[in-house]
Design a binder for this molecule. Structure first.
Ligand SMILES: Cc1ncc(COP(=O)(O)O)c(C=O)c1O
Length: 358
């Protein structure tokens, strides 16, 4: 049975990538060893990481102003590394509180300096993103932090604030899903497990102007300047994760890059939201203008049908649709690797379910 996996992360990877990884697992390009077994200093892995970085630069349109690094510890470590590196002594940073991950980032930043909330949708249970054109940002802040896509609540920035300070974005759940102007960002980080590859690996893109600002007390592996200087190879990097990510970048390029991905993601999200809006049977808790193209939470008008909905979905190979425990209902995560056919299969099932139970 064809299975479509709607998990929020770790999430499905492109079928082509999974097939290449399977074929190369035990014998990486005629070396007789798997890549997972090879030295990170050897020519095979060096070629893999160099190609991965070059492809990130090409896909995201990065100039040499930005350094590209791979760091371990997931996006959560970046919640701490960002203030450790960028919070000026005695300074403060501004944060937009638009969901659980934003507030976790704020909690960590408070360990290193003052955190000021520039905008918040907490009172509205994070169902929208406050209008960026109305934010009063302070040019004295060390940086401004946003979460570009709120994985749990299903909201996404479709325009970014014009920050007078370095703009830092947690793009864990929408990295490389659309074209962005990277020159506007001081730092972008993303846990890999949604649009890039295996969990644990984190992509960090940092403007070179922000390197070397960390205090001397910073642990070496947490210093962006050191990681950038050493090409992410200060210590042993997560080689297999970087290899898989490299395959995903190759796949993205073959698909036509981020503009093609963006078009496909608009189509996929459109199919699903049209279905949610078409009758009163399903509902979307999110403000229309902030709807995410990556994570689509939805409810059934009668929550007692939830279990039957999930059971029927599973029988049709549509899995991992249960909503986050803090929101309830359903959530369909439709990252880059989810084909249009997968979303169409979900929509067909939703219509069929509505017909029988509505
Ligand atoms: C937007 C966002 N930020 C941060 C995280 C935390 O990532 P990690 O588990 O890699 O620390 C997640 C996790 O799913 C996320 O969706």
């Amino acid at each position: 049975m064809q299975v479509y996996n709607f998990s929020a992360g770790p999430a499905m990877l492109p079928a082509d990538v999974m097939a290449i990884a399977r074929d190369e697992f035990c014998d990486f390009r005629q070396t007789g060893s798997g890549l997972i077994e090879l030295s990170h200093r050897g020519p095979e892995f060096t070629a893999v990481i160099d190609r991965a970085v070059a492809n990130i630069r090409e896909l995201m349109g990065l100039t040499d102003d930005h350094a590209v690094t791979f760091i371990q510890g997931g996006a959560s470590l970046q919640f701490a590394m960002v203030p450790m590196n960028l919070m000026l002594p005695g300074g403060f940073a501004e944060y937009a509180d638009t969901g659980s991950w934003s507030s976790k980032a704020m909690k960590e930043a408070k360990l290193f300096g003052e955190v000021r909330t520039v905008a918040s949708s907490k009172e509205a249970k994070y169902t929208h993103i406050p209008d960026v054109s109305a934010w009063a940002m302070d040019p004295a802040a060390s940086y401004l932090h946003i979460t570009s896509n709120n994985t749990i609540f299903g909201t996404q920035y479709h325009a970014f604030p014009e920050a007078p300070t370095p703009l830092v974005a947690d793009m864990s759940s929408d990295i490389m899903s659309k074209v962005i102007d990277a020159s506007k960002f001081g730092l972008i980080y993303a846990g890999a497990q949604k649009n890039i590859g295996p969990s644990g690996l984190t992509l960090v893109v940092v403007h070179r102007d922000l390197l070397g600002m960390a205090p001397l007390t910073i642990p070496t592996v947490m210093d962006y300047a050191v990681m950038a200087e050493n090409g992410s190879m200060l210590n042993t990097p997560p080689t297999y994760g970087i290899y898989i990510a490299g395959l995903v970048f190759r796949w993205l390029k073959a698909k036509g890059g981020l503009s093609a991905m963006e078009r496909q993601n608009i189509t996929k999200a459109g199919l699903l939201y049209d279905c949610l809006d078409s009758t009163g049977f399903y509902g979307s808790p999110v403000a229309r203008e902030n709807r995410s193209r990556m994570n689509v939470p939805f409810t059934l008008h009668d929550a007692t049908l939830d279990e039957a909905f999930l059971k029927g979905a599973k029988e049709r190979g549509l899995v991992q649709l249960k909503g986050h425990r803090s929101v309830g209902g359903m959530r369909a995560s439709i990252y880059n690797a989810m084909p249009v056919e997968g979303v169409q299969a979900l929509v067909d099932y939703m219509k069929e379910f509505e017909k029988t139970k509505g």
